[in-house]
Design a protein around this ligand. Structure first.
Ligand code: 5FU
Length: 253
């Protein structure tokens, strides 16, 4: 396994999926590796924040099933902003069932995730077959969850190794969530990011500074939620995370 730090440009050559390549292109163009996790329950609030910080992010991550007033007009607005400000839409649904159920949850129900998401997250607990045959269009990429950021996560080294292997073998997978260095053919996404040391362990999730994510773990993209949406000035704070993430990336070689 190749774990030596490589640049976004080099990584772009190793990632064959068009969405993986596109995410890297956006990152390089906008100089941002920041993905904003908008864990808010009203669509208006999400749209307000995205209008405010859309220039600073390469991705917007949603949990669409927490949005109380979900509608397709909300999705249409988001899609428009994402095209204008150039960022991708991530749905953090963490599909974790047998393949046929994953398929139904992805394409049907109220949210029709496959009709609008650019990237979706999946667990591989049910095995490699559970994420095959999902009939995903070529413009949707998968992120596997190999190792969560939470305290007391159940994944051990053996599970993580197998999850990473499944990720490498599936051509729809663009990357993974893990708390360690991974093969350079995968993009590494790191949630659990916060500047403040005082929330290292908050409600069962663990947090690290962007410097640690890039320098110790060779992360490619940081995912930041409450540090931004709970702040008094999301625009300034998002810019601070963008800058910190970018500088940490540059300093990680
Ligand atoms: F896969 C993972 C993980 O391992 N940890 C996470 O925290 C996903 N997450 C998500 O990232 C979680 O569901 C939240 O949506 C987001 C982190 O938000 P925070 O407010 O920055 O803690």
């Amino acid at each position: 396994i190749q774990k030596k730090r490589i640049s976004y440009e080099e990584k772009k050559e190793k990632i064959y999926h068009p969405i993986g390549k596109k995410l890297i292109e956006i990152a390089l163009k906008k100089k941002t590796n920041l993905i904003f996790s908008a864990d808010l329950i009203y669509s208006k609030k999400i749209l307000e924040l995205v209008n405010l910080i859309g220039d600073k992010i390469c991705g917007l991550k949603l949990h669409v099933d927490i949005i109380s007033d979900f509608s397709f007009s909300f999705i249409n607005f988001l899609k428009k902003i994402s095209l204008k400000k150039k960022f991708l839409l991530f749905e953090d649904r963490k599909f974790c069932d047998v393949g046929t159920t994953n398929y139904l949850q992805l394409h049907h129900g109220i949210h029709k995730i496959s009709s609008w998401a650019d990237v979706i997250t999946v667990h591989v607990l049910a095995g490699s077959k559970s994420i095959e045959n999902l009939n995903i269009p070529s413009n949707i990429g998968l992120i596997t969850i190999s190792e969560m950021s939470s305290y007391g996560r159940l994944s051990d080294d053996n599970y993580i190794r197998k999850a990473l292997n499944i990720s490498l073998k599936n051509s729809k997978v663009i990357g993974t969530v893990a708390q360690r260095k991974v093969d350079n053919r995968l993009l590494l996404f790191t949630p659990g990011i916060h500047f403040s040391d005082s929330i290292k362990n908050y409600k069962g999730n663990s947090y690290i500074h962007p410097n640690q994510a890039f320098i110790k773990k060779n992360c490619d993209f940081i995912i930041v939620g409450k540090a931004i949406y709970q702040s008094d000035n999301p625009k300034i704070v998002a810019e601070n995370y963008r800058k910190a993430g970018w500088i940490a990336y540059e300093n990680s070689f």
